[in-house]
Write a protein that binds this ligand. Structure first.
Ligand code: NDP
Length: 334
């Protein structure tokens, strides 16, 4: 079988040399074990952090070992009576752990069957980590009220598209920030955003935010950080909330990123900023999935995904997240 391993740790933006494809032979299946083939693997921005040798909320990838992440796999052979060939499975744990491999062996207890009547990729997107991140980040931390203005950075990505739609459902005015004319058109035309700003074509982001948000900003759902956030923060209203979800603009920084001191604005306007990782909400995932599933059934939530086909494209797809190659969830079909 093939595996893609971490060949070396990147400095700054990773490139293809940080990955290597190797061939290995898997051992014979033991009683209680299941052989699976990954069908859809998720590539996600947080994986960049795991390429560093740094202590975090999730352990780093090891050099010489396959990368791993979320995914949906198909059982091809089973010595656990709970599973049979053809079953679609995911991990039981909160931590995503399918290796970047064309096949892998797991104890049956580490796997759970998924409902094959639902498109399998939705478990990686709208009903998976991005969906839950949007739901808990917006509703639990952002606490939107009808009539408020919500600004979302990284708005055309997996999390951002959902935050926008959920905020609209709450009766908010929704403004998205994304890179490129095509993406901002998609936000307003296909996803019902009230306005959208192309940060790539905009020399004065602060003025663009002011124009798009005539009543100021009540919630800033931040996926990106850096200069985009600097431009939004000066337009925040009294008692604004910032669910701090991601800082993708900084993940490849080689120096400590610096920017304006925002604390005086936060004090004088009583602004709340709260960082979170979705694992904090693990005991409430059922509630999130139920909420999102009902909206999907009612036709009130849309999603899109970028699916790259071919195991060998995993590194490209991961790197593509940092150049905005994706609209909605980025997935590799193995
Ligand atoms: P996306 O689908 O949004 O993909 C990443 C997008 O980020 C790209 O498409 C690109 O869009 C944008 N981007 C990349 N580099 C930059 C840059 N330098 N400046 C501005 N935009 C950039 O990924 P996800 O929806 O999965 O994740 C979005 C954010 O949420 C990430 O920061 C991620 O780390 C975070 N996250 C946090 C979680 C948590 O538990 N806190 C859970 C899941 C995700 P564009 O073309 O518009 O530039």
């Amino acid at each position: 079988i093939k595996q893609i391993i971490l060949a070396s740790r990147p400095k700054g933006m990773p490139d293809k040399d940080n990955f290597k494809t190797v061939e290995i032979t898997l051992p014979e299946l033991k009683p209680g074990e299941v052989l699976v083939k990954p069908r859809y693997l998720s590539v996600d921005p947080y994986m960049r952090g795991r390429m560093n040798d740094a202590k975090s909320y999730i352990p780093p990838f090891q050099v010489g070992q396959p990368l791993e992440g979320g995914g949906v796999a198909e059982v091809t052979e089973s010595k656990d009576a709970q599973f049979k060939a053809g079953d679609l499975v995911m991990s039981t744990g909160v931590r995503p752990f399918l290796p970047w491999a064309t096949a892998a062996i797991f104890p049956g207890g580490d796997l759970r069957k998924i409902d094959s009547s639902i498109p399998p990729t939705t478990y990686l997107g709208i009903l998976g980590v991005p969906g839950l991140t949007a739901y808990f980040g917006l509703l639990d931390i952002g606490k939107p009220k009808a009539g408020e203005t919500v600004v979302i950075s990284g708005a055309a990505g997996a999390v951002g598209l959902l935050v926008g739609q959920l905020a609209r459902i709450q009766g908010c005015r929704v403004v998205g920030i994304a890179g490129g004319a095509e993406k901002v058109k998609m936000l307003t035309d296909n996803f019902d955003f009230d306005a959208a700003i192309d940060y790539k074509g905009n020399p004065d982001m602060s003025a663009a935010v002011a124009t798009a948000c005539p009543n100021g900003v009540d919630i800033y759902f931040d996926n990106v950080g850096g200069e985009i956030s600097d431009a939004v923060i000066t337009h925040l209203n009294f008692f604004a909330r910032i669910p701090l979800c991601g800082q993708i603009a900084l993940y490849n920084s080689t120096e400590v990123p610096i920017g304006p001191r925002i604390q005086p604005i936060m004090i004088t306007r009583s602004i709340l900023m709260q960082g979170f990782t979705i694992g904090n909400y693990a005991t409430r995932f059922g509630e999130g999935v139920k909420y999102l599933s009902e909206l999907i059934k009612a036709g009130k939530l849309k999603y899109t995904e970028t699916v790259e086909e071919g195991f060998e494209l995993l590194p490209d797809a991961l790197l593509g997240l940092f150049s905005g190659k994706n609209s909605g969830k980025m997935i590799v079909k193995v």
